[in-house]
Design a binder for this molecule. Structure first.
Ligand code: CO8
Length: 258
């Protein structure tokens, strides 16, 4: 089935999903979130793809959940349907890395979606915020939780209680984004980063991702134990043998992803 609200393309080993509702600043409607889940699954299942990129337009990564779609819902509507939680959380279950390339607004659900990716590279035009408080609600897809883990309590409270936006420089200082690049170079830079990741051993990339994510879910000692088990298991792979042999022989490794 073709997509109406996203574009899915393959650039070599990198799969790119572009949110594509420009007239609504990529507001995250249920159709868009369904299509995003489908697009992610399509790229996850494609053996030729080693890394995913999620992006929006120059003006907006996404200006939040679709307010026009939500405004008339009742408590029973959202409670019974577990209002779109499963659909939104889908991205966190993708095992290949997902890099968010953010230019312009990443607000409300847009900021939450970017934070559900593995890391964020921002254009110098990016603006992050949780403005739900200004429209009579609060973040509903992890904003109060993930933002607090990224930037700490003081700044997360400031953002969630005032609804103010954070620019790209502040977001980098606060640890919300990993790097800031000029807007005109955003996609080139992100594709280069994603290609580098896609060239690594796939199982190692998946294990590293799983282990870093574990740091958000457990205690330090349990996390370290989890990491050690995965580390030990890498010694059962062909790619560990190849990677270390290539280092010793002063050549590039040829990973078999096994
Ligand atoms: N939903 C629906 N439509 C939107 C949204 C949105 N979030 N954001 C923008 N649009 C639409 C506007 O209505 C407008 O449409 P139209 O031309 O038909 O009037 C069009 O996009 C362009 O927007 P503006 O004219 O407002 O553009 P400006 O450049 O003047 O302003 C802003 C840009 C500052 C980004 C402004 O559009 C804005 O403030 N948008 C809303 C931001 C916001 O409040 N986001 C939070 C939404 S709530 C949320 O995300 C909760 C998430 C909970 C997830 C729950 C899942 C379980």
């Amino acid at each position: 089935m073709p997509y109406e609200t996203i574009l899915v393309e393959r650039r070599g080993k990198v799969g790119v999903i572009t949110l594509n509702r420009p007239k609504a600043l990529n507001a995250l409607s249920s159709v868009l979130m369904d299509e995003l889940a489908r697009g992610l699954d399509e790229l996850e299942a494609d053996d030729a793809i080693g890394c995913l990129v999620l992006t929006g337009s120059e003006k907006a990564f996404a200006a939040g959940a679709d307010i026009k779609e939500m405004q008339d819902k009742s408590y029973m509507d959202v409670y019974k349907a577990d209002f779109i939680t499963a659909r939104w959380e889908h991205i966190t279950r993708i095992r290949k890395p997902v890099v968010a390339a953010v230019a312009g607004y990443a607000l409300g659900g847009g900021c939450e979606l970017a934070m559900m990716c593995d890391f964020i590279i921002a254009a110098d035009t990016a603006k992050f915020g949780q403005p739900e408080i200004t429209i009579g609600t609060i973040p509903g897809s992890g904003g109060t939780q993930r933002l607090t883990r990224f930037v700490g309590k003081s700044k997360a409270m400031d953002m969630c209680l005032t609804g103010r936006m954070m620019d790209a420089q502040e977001a980098e200082r606060a640890g919300l984004v990993s790097r800031v690049v000029p807007a005109a170079e955003l996609m080139d830079e992100v594709i280069k980063v994603a290609e580098r990741i896609a060239d690594m051993s796939r199982p190692m990339v998946m294990m590293a991702k799983e282990s870093v994510n574990r740091a958000y879910e457990t205690t330090l000692s349990e996390g370290v134990r989890f990491e050690r088990r995965l580390f030990h298991s890498t010694f059962a792979t062909e790619d560990q043998k190849e990677g270390m042999a290539a280092f010793v022989e002063k050549r590039q490794p040829a990973f078999k992803h096994s």
